[in-house]
Ligand binder design. Structure first.
Ligand code: BTN
Length: 324
């Protein structure tokens, strides 16, 4: 579509780009370029038109549309943007029987039944955050997928640092924190064949608090959650964040065994060196987190120096989320 291609050229160019140059590059008439610019302006893009110089993109609306996202990533297919949906993970699940492609991405401005981990619901306020699900079609044994969610956590952390000025840590296993408060949660749902342990697909659901105002998080949430905007004080263009994230997830999907993720995860893991509490055999216990094992389990050491690796479940970390 000419409009999307014109937008991509304008967004990649910080300067003016002539109508003639764009029509040559795209192999379309000058009139088509003009029409594309007109229609972009109608959608809220601010585009300067100057005789003898051409067009320059001044600002773009913070909307999530496939064409806006294609500008910021290396693909031009399989992105669906919805206004409202029950859960983007469930939307993908329903699409699987209709043969949707590997790598399909679904986003929504809000979710009416957003899902969190451990059966919790996930609040999804309209128009300020990113609710994204990514489909990985797989044919791997469950034991070879250890750490998939941890690797996704690294992808999200790197993306946020690439696009915004804030630093991101990971609380085992996959909460993303900045200044000790949560900015992102990840829910991975897999389909495992019971008799073989083969996983056919994983749906990776990512919720990032992006442009929520500081005072959005009050009451109980005040010490627990934050957003990118609340931390860095400026509005983030969600399409740019999403585009960069899709590129990272695409490269993870192309090489799930890439071992660069392990050290990167360990470096960011905020648990290490701190006291954590967790449930062991139905009892609440605490120990010091000392390392990550090759399957991305959290190795802890008790006072008597015995060690244990936590592979599933939640941990509370002393000093974080009000655990003192
Ligand atoms: C958690 O921290 O408990 C995980 C939250 C995961 C939320 C995301 S938003 C997109 C996707 N769709 C859902 O229903 N949940 C995930």
């Amino acid at each position: 579509m000419t409009k999307d291609q014109v937008l991509k050229i304008l967004a990649e160019n910080n300067d003016f780009c002539s109508g003639e140059e764009m029509s040559k590059r795209l192999g379309v008439s000058r009139a088509s370029v003009n029409l594309a610019v007109k229609s972009l302006k109608k959608e809220g893009y601010e585009i300067l038109s100057v005789t003898n110089k051409g067009y320059k993109l001044v600002s773009a609306p913070d909307v999530l549309t496939p064409s806006q996202i294609y500008v910021y990533c290396n693909r031009d297919r399989d992105i669906v943007c919805l206004d409202s949906v029950d859960s983007t993970n469930d939307f993908i699940k329903r699409g699987i029987s209709n043969g949707i492609s590997d790598g399909s991405v679904v986003l929504a401005e809000t979710q009416t039944r957003g899902k969190g981990r451990s059966g919790k619901s996930f609040e999804s306020p309209y128009g300020v955050s990113v609710y994204l699900s990514y489909l990985m079609k797989l044919d791997k044994h469950i034991r070879d997928l250890d750490g998939l969610t941890a690797k996704v956590a690294v992808c999200v952390a790197e993306t946020i640092e690439q696009v915004t000025p804030i630093n991101v840590n990971i609380k085992w296993v996959n909460d993303l924190l900045t200044n000790n408060k949560k900015i992102c949660g990840i829910l991975t749902e897999m389909n495992v064949e019971g008799d073989t342990g083969i996983v056919n697909y994983a749906i990776i659901g990512i919720g990032i608090n992006v442009n929520n105002e500081k005072n959005f998080f009050d009451g109980e949430l005040k010490d627990i959650a934050t957003s990118i905007k609340a931390e860095c004080g400026k509005e983030i263009m969600r399409a740019q964040l999403v585009g960069a994230l899709i590129d990272k997830l695409d490269s993870l999907n192309n090489d799930l065994d890439d071992n660069r993720f392990f050290n990167e995860y360990k470096r960011r893991c905020i648990n290490i060196g701190r006291e954590v509490s967790f449930t062991l055999n139905g009892e609440k216990v605490s120990a010091k987190a000392i390392d990550i094992d090759p399957s991305f389990g959290l190795i802890v050491e008790f006072n008597d120096k015995t060690r244990y690796t936590i592979s599933y479940g939640e941990t509370s970390v002393r000093g974080i989320y009000g655990y003192v």
